[in-house]
Write a protein that binds this ligand. Structure first.
Ligand code: PMP
Length: 392
């Protein structure tokens, strides 16, 4: 064959999905998925989204091309919602195919920029981060940002690693609801990070994929806003796929802040040029839905209420699981302090297999659990199983 290549290894999460589907036990619990689920285990389309979709079908006048930067009403509305009016004024936005698309356009932009080419990534991190930056040809430098055994953010490790950073290096930071740990820096730690970025002339790339699923829309945007206010140049890769439940519609944006209008314009036009040579322009539908919601006061209010229900469910499950674990003498109260869908348990691979084989409890091979995969009715059973399989 012309194809002189070896197959890629299977994605471990995909094979878990197959095992879960084929598991006949009615008590099975799936904590491995990467999407929000309600108490009934479903990921329904939001009412606000359904309404906006009906409205679009009835009124959309044309399907003609939008161009590489996509829907500008969408990017402007997301920037205002995410960061506030004043900061939005300082940003150039491009609609992208999801947060992943935004990360890849950002990576291509960094690779094209003369004085960078390197990116610092704190570990553990979302499993697709390193592949995206590698694919763009960036040099990747990692450090241990989160201490899983202690379930805490390790500011000292970040500061020690970035002491060796060169001016112009990019630094990837997750803005809220860290994937896979739920462990975000606190406000004082963010202040120290922002000051370090500014002092060393580093370029933050903030990945904001879960705004509104942690503490609230504005609270979850605070860290990104603080960084934007502290450094001259910054990139934000934004995803609307979780907070609007639009996953497969691929809704996201890349925002660019630069020291002056000329630099910002140059960076934005290069990003658009890279998009043109890649996927030409983003898909329309999901971003049109978000623009419709954010452009209508009633739909915005409906969406915020639905987002709040998602956030409340996650917080309720976190508190219930931490509480149930403590009755078994398991010190997992950190789960109640963490935010968003994920936590990562410090479990041996043998414990993760035993949970699956003996208790039909499925989680990612690294011990990541999605709290949204847990129904209130299953909390006690999960805590008991964890106590059995994980006791030292
Ligand atoms: N960043 C992080 C941290 C994520 O967890 C995800 C999705 N799992 C993304 C970005 C990208 O999501 P999407 O491309 O679906 O917007």
């Amino acid at each position: 064959s012309t194809f002189l290549m070896q197959p890629c290894p299977d994605d471990p999460i995909l094979s878990l999905i197959g095992m879960f589907r084929d598991d006949p036990r009615s008590t099975k619990i799936d904590l491995s998925v990467g999407v929000f689920r309600n108490e009934e285990g479903q990921t329904p389309v939001l009412h606000a989204v359904k309404q906006a979709e009906s409205h679009l079908v009835a009124t959309q006048p044309t399907k003609t091309y939008l161009g590489p930067v996509g829907n500008t009403a969408f990017t402007a509305a997301v920037a205002r919602m995410a960061f506030g009016e004043a900061r939005a004024q300082r940003l150039s936005g491009l609609q992208t195919p999801g947060g992943t698309g935004a990360l890849r356009v950002a990576a291509d932009l960094l690779a094209r920029n003369a004085n960078t080419g390197r990116i610092w990534i704190g570990l553990p991190t979302w499993s697709n981060h390193i592949p995206v930056f590698e694919a763009a040809g960036l040099e990747i430098l990692t450090y241990g940002a989160i201490d899983i055994a202690a379930q805490r953010f390790d500011l000292d490790a970040l500061q020690a690693a970035l002491a060796a950073a060169r001016p112009g290096d990019a630094v990837l930071l997750q803005g809220c609801c860290h994937n896979p740990t739920g462990i975000d820096p606190d406000s004082a730690q963010w202040a120290a990070i922002a000051a370090l970025l500014e002092e060393k002339g580093l370029l933050p790339l903030i990945d904001l994929a879960y705004q509104g699923l942690g503490r609230g829309i504005s609270e979850d945007g605070e860290a990104a806003g603080r960084v934007l206010d502290t450094v001259p140049d910054a990139l934000v890769a934004y995803s609307c796929n979780k907070n609007f439940g639009l996953y497969r519609e691929r809704v996201g944006a890349l925002f660019i802040q630069a020291e002056n209008a000329a630099a910002r314009q140059a960076a934005a036009s290069n990003a658009a040029d890279l998009v043109r040579a890649n996927y030409s322009m983003p898909p329309d539908h999901g971003a049109a839905v978000v623009a419709c919601i954010l452009g209508d006061a009633q739909l915005t209010q409906d969406w915020k209420a639905e987002l709040e229900a998602m956030r409340t469910r996650l917080a309720t499950i976190r508190n219930a699981l931490a509480e149930a674990c403590s009755t078994h003498g398991l010190a997992l109260e950190a789960i109640a302090r963490q935010r968003g869908m994920f936590s990562r348990l410090a479990l041996a691979p043998s414990a993760i297999s035993a949970l699956r084989e003996e208790h039909a409890i499925y989680m990612a091979p690294d011990g990541r659990i999605n709290l949204a995969g847990l129904a209130m009715a299953d909390v006690a059973r999960l805590a008991a199983a964890l106590a059995r399989e994980c006791a030292p």
